[in-house]
Write a protein that binds this ligand. Structure first.
Ligand code: SF4
Length: 441
């Protein structure tokens, strides 16, 4: 059967789509790159943002009108939270698979032609999310996502993830390292360790201790694997970012000096209402400590919500000030909207739409300033890139990423191949991109 997977949402979802594709390929199916060519169209959909759900449901309805004889399935968070309801509501939807059940996909696809409707939305409470995490799928040939844990125990009041992805389960370090060793043998040079709260990896049952971080242990063990040159991770919760982890990042050269550290708000009052158990000062202490230990050679990205219930001008200004001080390279800024089933959805959504929009625009401008400033700092330096391939806009130019995840474009004058290390002198920069020339000696 020819299948097409459409992914909405975060890197966890992208990772799941890759695993799903690998399983279907293993089972003899063929992956195609458009809905028109496919017999099976699969939506892997995020439900953290309402917009993604609406897009997927809209798309499902449009596709039905255009396609007869095709099969449709949904997987991911939306399937988990609304699978039963959508199967009843959308007659042409054939199946819904929960976030822990993707390994059942090949069997469900085998049964499709028998015409049965299926929903499997149970959570697997096993330590090593079997099957799902053991499919080796290099992205772009030299990069791969590795899922190290699933679920989340934090219950931030605005977030639906703990309800749809279940409670936190960490894979064993042995299983994760074995997977990375195999990826390295297959030519992977860069791994991205994934989880909803990677900094909490392996901490279940442990007392909080500034000198203990099983995640830092995992990073160090990963760094010992021959062939792996860069290690990235996302997302860590600031409450689990302790001294041990900070030192590990600073002192392990293969761990990229680029940290995604979700702030959400710079106001302690709002952080409390969000059930984020850290203060703005504690957050800034992590940032300052990382900057100091890495001699300023580190970049940050973040997530911010504007217009959370009760957010005043004063609260918002605290968030803006933190943005100014940290000078983020990248920030995902969201205008608050209530998600059904969360605690915050019972609070009054009292910040007017226009105010949310205005705050959003202010932070976007702040971000543009800081990312441009950060990129301008790179001008005149020679940086090491891992080459990603021809640039999308102009195939004569190639692009690659620095350790700090900055995208750099260069003329491929020396026959560089995908995944090669290349030294590039940065000649100029915009807020989004660096431009440079290959240095040969
Ligand atoms: S840490 Fe909070 S925001 Fe992140 S997945 Fe868990 S509940 Fe959601």
């Amino acid at each position: 059967m020819k299948f097409y997977i459409k992914t909405y949402g975060c890197q966890m979802n992208e990772r799941d789509s890759e695993a799903a594709a690998a399983m279907l390929l293993d089972d003899g199916h063929l992956q195609v790159h458009s809905e028109e060519e496919a017999d099976l169209i699969l939506f892997n959909t995020c439900s953290v943002r309402e917009q993604a759900e609406l897009k997927a449901i809209g798309k499902l309805s449009i596709l039905k009108k255009q396609s007869s004889g095709k099969f449709f399935g949904i997987m991911g968070c939306m399937a988990q939270s609304r699978g039963e309801e959508l199967l009843k509501k959308i007659p042409h939807l054939n199946f819904a698979l929960g976030t822990d059940k993707i390994h059942e996909l090949p069997e469900i696809v085998r049964q499709l032609r028998k015409g049965s409707k299926t929903a499997d939305l149970e959570h697997d409470n096993i330590q090593d999310a079997a099957g799902l995490d053991s499919h080796l799928v290099p992205v772009n040939g030299f990069k791969a996502y590795v899922s190290i844990m699933r679920g989340c125990d934090r219950f931030c009041t605005y977030c639906i993830v703990p309800y749809v992805r279940g409670r936190e389960r960490s894979r064993s370090p042995e299983a994760v390292l074995e997977e990375i060793r195999a990826l390295a043998k297959a030519g992977v040079k860069e791994v991205m360790l994934l989880g909803q709260n990677v900094a909490a990896y392996g901490t279940k049952g442990l007392k909080m201790d500034p000198d203990v971080s099983p995640f830092a242990d995992l990073l160090e063990e990963t760094a010992k694997i021959e062939g792996i040159e860069r290690i990235r991770f996302t997302s860590p919760h600031p409450a689990f970012f302790n001294k041990r982890l900070i030192e590990c990042i600073a002192n392990t050269p293969k761990v990229c000096k680029y940290v995604h550290l979700p702030l959400q708000s710079g106001s302690d009052r709002i952080l409390k209402a969000m059930n984020r158990p850290y203060t703005a000062e504690e957050y800034m202490n992590i940032v300052r400590s990382l900057k100091e230990k890495c001699n300023g050679n580190i970049a940050f990205s973040t997530d911010i919500i504007v217009g959370f219930p009760g957010e005043t001008e004063e609260d918002f200004e605290m968030t803006r000030k933190i943005m100014e001080e940290v000078e983020y390279d990248l920030a995902y800024i969201f205008k608050y909207s209530p998600r059904k089933g969360t605690k915050a959805s019972q609070m009054e959504d009292d910040v007017p739409k226009e105010v949310k929009e205005e705050r959003n625009q202010i932070l976007l401008k702040e971000l543009e300033k800081s990312s441009q400033k950060e990129n301008l700092r790179a001008v005149g330096k020679t940086l090491e890139l891992l080459a990603e391939g021809p640039s999308r806009r102009n195939a004569a130019r190639w692009c690659g990423r620095t350790d700090q995840n900055k995208l750099a474009v260069f003329e491929n004058t020396t026959g560089v191949k995908v995944g090669d290390k290349v030294m590039v002198h940065i000649d100029r920069a915009t807020s989004m991109t660096l431009f440079g020339t290959i240095v040969t000696d």
